[in-house]
Design a protein around this ligand. Structure first.
Ligand SMILES: Nc1ncnc2c1ncn2[C@@H]1O[C@H](COP(=O)(O)OP(=O)(O)OP(=O)(O)O)[C@@H](O)[C@H]1O
Length: 270
């Protein structure tokens, strides 16, 4: 469990990015932070791995204040994936994925073998292993970013708009594989997006932030869609809330019916 207790972040110029945040992020699930631009999502995420320290309040992982853990040790247990993948341009794909094991002084041959296994996991063909990032598509680069974050097998993954730089079709594919992978790995994932559809699709729980860094609502997708806490959340969910809700329940029904089989898909379409 990651716990924010009374957390405020005020930047030196006086901007209050996060305002008195109380939030409990459960272990082994996907928690999505969503909200309009500038509402403090990235700042909140970065307070978990101490890229940003709070001005007030406490961030704790399993009851331990992150300020009591030195940043390199803390970050070894926390994978971090960002929008543009952030790959090293002059390293091959396999070496990009093996970056952290190399840094930790692991055997190079073994680290590369594990990197190749991770390529399988995230749906990257092994024939791409010796290419350089610029020789990959945007969607493939994002997969490399996810594989690299997984390489140290961290229990926690922070993901900041990891799929937003790719087109909608590639994005849907990445989301699907991400859900499949997470069902297998059960990491504690904190995922930032400004896209409410992505939040509803991926989140076990969703934290909706409002401008000014306040938490407007923290709920399951079902609760959020059926009972928005206030007008801000209702507006943010948009006029198509009814349609989203319907689609959400259709997806749930399909899962329960054993989605993936042709029969279930046909049934869900009816
Ligand atoms: N280093 C900084 N110094 C001053 N203000 C900052 C700094 N970093 C962020 N901010 C401000 O803090 C507020 C929250 O920023 P943050 O990046 O956390 O928001 P966000 O919700 O992730 O936004 P976006 O969706 O646009 O990425 C914004 O008003 C931003 O301008």
């Amino acid at each position: 469990m990651i716990t924010f207790a009374g957390v405020t972040k005020r930047y030196p110029d006086g901007t209050v990015a996060v305002d008195r945040l109380d939030l409990q992020i459960p272990t082994g699930q996907i928690t999505v932070l969503v909200g309009p631009s500038g509402c403090g999502k990235t700042t909140t995420l970065r307070m978990i791995n101490r890229m940003v320290d709070p001005t007030e309040g406490t961030v704790a992982i399993d009851g331990r204040d992150v300020r009591d853990i030195d940043p390199p040790t803390l970050r070894r247990g926390i994978g971090y994936v960002i929008q543009q993948a952030g790959l090293f341009p002059h390293r091959t794909i396999v070496d990009n994925i093996a970056t952290v094991p190399f840094l930790l002084g692991h055997d190079k041959r073994k680290a590369r073998e594990r990197a190749r296994e991770l390529m399988d996991r995230v749906g990257l063909d092994r024939s791409l292993a010796d290419r350089y990032p610029a020789q990959l598509s945007g969607g493939q680069q994002q997969r490399v970013g996810v594989a690299r974050a997984l390489a140290a097998d961290p229990p926690i993954m922070l993901m900041d708009e990891p799929f937003s730089a790719v087109d909608p079709i590639v994005r849907a594919g990445l989301q699907e594989e991400f859900l499949r992978l997470q069902a297998e790995l059960e990491k504690t994932i904190v995922f930032v997006t400004h896209d409410i559809d992505e939040a509803v699709r991926l989140g076990h729980r969703i934290a909706v932030f409002a401008v000014g860094g306040t938490l407007a609502q923290y709920a399951t997708p079902d609760e959020l869609l059926s009972e928005p806490a206030d007008d801000f959340v209702r507006d943010f969910l948009g006029g198509s809330r009814g349609i989203r809700r319907l689609r959400f329940f259709q997806e749930l029904d399909a899962e329960e019916a054993g989605a993936g089989t042709d029969e279930a898909t046909v049934a869900a379409d009816r």
